[in-house]
Design a protein around this ligand. Structure first.
Ligand code: COA
Length: 115
C-alpha cells in the first residue's frame, strides 16, 4: 500500500516562531538542517518547508511524530531525501519515504510518499 501525506505552512508564521522562540529551531531541526537553512538568503522558507516535511510524513504514517526524528538531506543533484530515526524509523520499517518540496511567496509545501 502506498501512503501519502502533504502539508503547507505560511512562511511568515514560521519566521515569527523563529524570532520569538529560538529554542524551537534546536529542538526541531538537526545541526545539518540548521546549517543548510541559515546559509540561504531567506532561512525561514527553508525551515518552513522542512517543517512541512515533518508534518507530511506524520500524515502519511497516520501517527504523531517526534519532529527531530525526521531530517531532510539532499542528494548530489540537490534533490531532497529524508532520514528518519527513533520511533519514526521503527514505524517506517523497511519502507522508503520520498518527498517533494516547494516554496513560493509566503507559502511552503511538501508532499511525502511512503511505499
Ligand atoms: C530543482 C528546481 C526545479 C527547484 O525549483 P524552484 O522553483 O527554484 O524551487 P521550488 O520552490 O519549486 O523547490 C525548492 C526545493 O526543490 C528541491 N530541489 C532542489 N533540487 C531538486 C532536484 N534536482 N529534484 C527535486 N527537488 C529538488 C529542494 O528541496 C528545494 O527546497 P530546499 O532548498 O528548501 O531544500 C530547480 O532548481 C531546477 O530547475 N533545477 C534544475 C533542473 C532539475 O534538476 N530539475 C529536477 C526537477 S524537474
Amino acid at each position: 500500500m502506498t501512503l501519502l501525506g502533504t502539508d503547507i505552512e505560511q512562511i511568515s508564521r514560521i519566521q515569527r516562531v523563529l524570532t520569538r522562540t529560538p529554542g524551537f529551531v534546536k529542538k526541531v531541526f538537526s545541526k545539518a538542517e540548521r546549517a543548510y537553512c541559515d546559509k540561504r538568503s531567506r532561512p525561514a522558507q527553508h525551515y518552513a518547508v522542512r517543517f512541512c516535511v515533518k508534518e507530511a510524513v506524520a500524515k502519511a504514517l497516520e501517527m504523531p511524530v517526534h519532529w527531530s526524528e525526521i531530517e531532510v538531506t539532499h542528494d548530489t543533484q540537490g534533490a531532497p531525501r529524508v532520514r528518519v530515526s527513533g520511533e519514526t524509523a521503527r514505524k517506517l520499517g523497511r519502507r522508503a519515504v520520498r518527498v517533494s518540496l516547494a516554496h513560493a511567496g509566503d507559502y511552503a509545501t511538501a508532499t511525502a510518499l511512503i511505499e
